[in-house]
Structure formats: C-alpha cells, structure tokens
Design a protein around this ligand. Structure first.
Ligand code: ABF
Length: 232
C-alpha cells in the first residue's frame, strides 16, 4: 500500500463514519459495498456492539457485505421483510456536480440499485478524487449483462460508442456478479446525456443493470484534504 492509498483510505473512512451519524435507533439501513461502505458497516457494528445504537437492521447489497456485517454482529434483514429502507450508505466510483453517479466498480451494481431505489435516503460517501465535472471522465460505465448472448450485448454497447472490456476475476476467468452475470466495462468518454444513455441501456433485453445512478443520491458526504463536506 502506498502512502497515497493510506491517505485515500483515511478519507474514505472519515466520509463513511460521518454518514453513520445519520442512523437513528430502529432504522432499516441499506449496507453498501466497497471499501468506503465497509468503513460504515464497521462503524455501525461498533456502535451496536457498544449499545450506543439499538434496534437497527441492515439490508446488505452484496454477499461480501453480508459476510462482513454478519461477522460484526450487525442484525440483517431482506427487502422481502423490509421492502422500504430508511437510509442507505454506499460508495461510488464517480460523482458529478448534480449528484449523478457511476457505480459498479465493485460489481454489486444491480443489488446496489435495487436497494437505492427502495431507500428513502441514499447517502453516498466518497473521497474527494471521485468528484468529476462530468460522468465518464474518470471511470467506465459497468454494464451487467446476462451470460446468454453477452457477446451480442458487447456489440450493442460498441454501437453506442463504448470501448468495451469484459471484466475478469483475479484468476483471469470472466468475473461473475452475485447474480451470476457478466460485467462489461464501457468507456464512453465524458457522457453528455446520461439520461439518454441510461434509457438506451434499459431498452435492451439482456442488460440486467448499468452503473449510471441518476436521481438516486439524496446526500453526498465527501472527505478530502479540505475536510468533510455534506451536500443534499
Ligand atoms: C461500491 O463500491 C460501488 O458501487 C463502487 O463501484 C465501489 C466503490 O469502491 P470503493 O469504496 O472501494 O472505492 O460502492
């Protein structure tokens, strides 16, 4: 780990822990995925263990988060039992000035979007380098596709102007999401019309989810060298 990584990790932790301050006793809380969201899960676990916070249940957005939360003794539930989530804390890969997001670098985009859409409040926690003037400037758009016919989806995405890379797991085999789907990372360059692109992606059978999260974030907590800021 470089010193830059260490600094970034400390900003991620600061943003995540600030967001945990918004959790109230009795809440149903969406638990995001990724290293930033994991700081929030650890903080929540510590507060519950200390008895400082009570009667909170978590809805995990991935198997990885489920395992982390369970290991910390955070009580878990599902959207079947609690279809409305009071507050979700999740990370992002890129954040535009209007709080539109690219998510899915961690591969949990579909469950993250399902939980975000079920949430009254979606608090996004990031370190400052993730702020961007326009989506697509810093990060490709992950697109989760059904394994059946995935090469056809890759051609479709190229026809929309993307440079498409099939995501691989650490062992070099194609990465599979918690749902068993394939992820195609799509570099569109800076995106002029995210809503238009989202509509095209959503019109395609075989595309199960995409990483454009538009009109979903209600709050943004950013930590960087200048301190922590909270925007709604
Ligand atoms: C999840 O984890 C994502 O949607 C995003 O892709 C990623 C961010 O990772 P990290 O917090 O590790 O930078 O929140």
């Amino acid at each position: 780990m470089t010193s830059d990584d260490t600094v970034s990790a400390s900003f991620k932790r600061a943003a995540a822990e600030r967001a945990v301050d918004f959790i109230q006793p009795g809440m149903v809380v969406g638990l995001g995925t990724g290293s930033t969201a994991a700081h929030a899960v650890r903080r929540l676990g510590a507060l519950l263990a200390a008895g400082t916070l009570k009667d909170v249940v978590g809805v995990p957005t991935s198997r990885a988060t489920e395992a982390l939360a369970a290991s910390l003794g955070v009580p878990l539930t599902t959207l079947d039992v609690h279809p409305v989530v009071d507050l979700t804390i999740d990370g992002a890969d890129e954040v535009a000035p209007d709080l539109s997001l690219i998510k899915g670098g961690g591969g949990a985009l579909l469950r993250e979007k399902v939980v975000a859409q079920a949430s009254r409040r979606e608090i996004i926690v990031v370190d400052a380098p993730k702020l961007s003037p326009r989506l697509g400037t810093k990060w490709p758009v992950p697109v989760e596709v059904l394994p059946f016919g995935w090469r056809s989806q890759a051609l479709f995405l190229e026809s929309l102007g993307a440079r498409v890379v099939v995501r691989l797991a650490l062992d070099g085999a194609p990465y599979h999401t918690d749902q068993g789907n394939v992820v195609l990372d799509c570099d569109f360059g800076p995106i002029n019309d995210p809503a238009g692109l989202a509509a095209k992606l959503e019109s395609r059978a075989g595309v199960m989810a995409h990483g454009l999260f538009l009109n979903l974030a209600t709050d943004l907590v950013v930590a960087g060298p200048e301190g922590i800021t909270h925007r709604v």
